[in-house]
Structure formats: C-alpha cells, structure tokens
Ligand binder design. Structure first.
Ligand code: ATP
Ligand code: MG
Length: 208
C-alpha cells in the first residue's frame, strides 16, 4: 500500500476581536515558511487572560474571522473552542483538533511573540508542547530575544520544537482597533474591508 504522506497543518488560535492584518500576515508567512498545507483559524471561547474583560460574542468573532480568511484557499476555520464554551485552553483546542485530523498529521501552533512569552502561564504547557510544535512569529513591541531567558528550563527542554519566524512587522492589535472604533477613528487598511463592513452593519465596538 502506498504510504500516505503526513499532512502539515498550522493552527492559529486567537480571540480575533476583531481579526486584523497582523493575524493574516503571520498565518500566511508561517504557511509559506513551513510548507503547511492549510491553516485552521480557531476563534477562542473566553480567553483565560480576558476573563475580566468584555469579549465580543463568539458568533460575531467567528463570522468576522470567516469573512477575513475566505479569499485564501489555504485558510480554514474551526468552531471547536466556541462549541466547547467557557474558558479556552490551548491544550483542549489541540486535543479536540487531534480527534478531527488524520492520525499522522504534523501540527504547528502559531503564536505571536507576546503569546509565546507567556506560555508558562498557560494550562499544562508541557502537554501542549507534546501535542504540537510552535511557530513563534515576531511582533512589533515584543522581543523574542528574551524567549530563552523568560522560559528558562522549559525553553531548554523544548527549544527544538519552538521555531522562531521573522514575519513582516505589522504594528496592529485588536485592542488598538477596538479603541479606534469606540472613538470613531479610521480603521481603514488595518483589517479587511469585509470585516469593517460587518462591524459597521452590526454596530460592534460602540460604533453604532
Ligand atoms: P488583543 O489586543 O485583544 O489581545 P491581538 O491583536 O493581540 O488582540 P489576539 O486575538 O490576541 O490579537 O492574537 C491571536 C494571536 O495572533 C496571538 O498569538 C498573537 O500574538 C498573534 N498576533 C496578533 N497580532 C499580531 C501582529 N500584529 N503580529 C504578529 N502576531 C500577532
Ligand atoms: Mg492579544
């Protein structure tokens, strides 16, 4: 029997509140650099570090993400985190996706520099690294040179599985976009126009 070639899949987790070009540029750069066959965007339920903050309902974040990725044939979306509900932990995301993907799939979890620098505060970081390699992409304002110091022994243990990738710097954050929208300032060219139209139509972010 011919051997089935293992598929290489990228997972892009995030709150996507709203999704913007920083996310899309990072995912596309990771896809190309690591020859990934597809990237699955996974909008979070409630992110652990945002329990105290108000997060836009998942159905809106899902639809905005869908609108943003639709034109890229390599990009897909998954509802596993939304459907599980509650606080989203990456260890659960990976466990649920593993059940859906073919058994020999090689999984790369993509994060920005800010997220990987915080990985020790995640639930079961050792288990997370046993389930996927990480692609840590550069992000303006966060220094990946600090990674080995910030993660200490954890970094030494898993450094073969944490791949640092320099991507075109995009100084955009969802926090800044929410602020601009609240204040009625322009967000043009910072996120796809289809997403801006959705935000306008639904009156999200106090932009009604
Ligand atoms: P917020 O300001 O609400 O935290 P955000 O812009 O950081 O939003 P998230 O949904 O928190 O977006 O991020 C999802 C993932 O995308 C994280 O791994 C984050 O590090 C990464 N990411 C977000 N923006 C960028 C960017 N501009 N460049 C590189 N990576 C990014
Ligand atoms: Mg963030």
């Amino acid at each position: 029997m011919a051997e089935v070639k293992a598929e290489r899949v990228g997972i892009m987790g995030g709150t996507f509140d709203p999704i913007h070009y920083g996310h899309l540029v990072a995912a596309e750069a990771a896809r190309e650099a690591f020859s990934l066959e597809r990237i699955i965007f996974v909008p979070a339920g409630i992110p652990p570090h945002k329990v105290q903050e108000e997060v836009t309902p998942a159905r809106h974040r899902y639809l905005m993400t869908l609108l943003a990725i639709m034109s890229n044939p390599y990009f897909e979306i998954s509802r596993v985190d939304m459907e599980r509900g509650g606080v989203t932990y990456t260890v659960d995301t990976l466990a649920d996706l593993e059940k859906e993907l073919p058994p020999n799939t090689v999984i790369y979890f993509i994060t920005g520099a800010d997220a990987i620098l915080e990985i020790l505060s995640w639930k079961s970081p050792d288990q997370v690294l046993s389930m996927a390699d990480f692609i840590a992409v550069t992000r303006p304002g966060y220094d990946l040179e600090r990674l080995s110091k910030a993660l200490g022994p954890f970094y030494l243990k898993f450094q073969e599985q944490i791949h640092i990738l320099e991507v075109p710097p995009v100084g955009i954050s969802s926090t800044d976009l929410r602020c601009r929208l609240r204040e009625g300032r322009s967000v043009r060219y910072l996120l796809p126009e289809t997403v801006v139209t959705y935000i306008d139509n639904k009156g999200l972010y106090g932009n009604g």
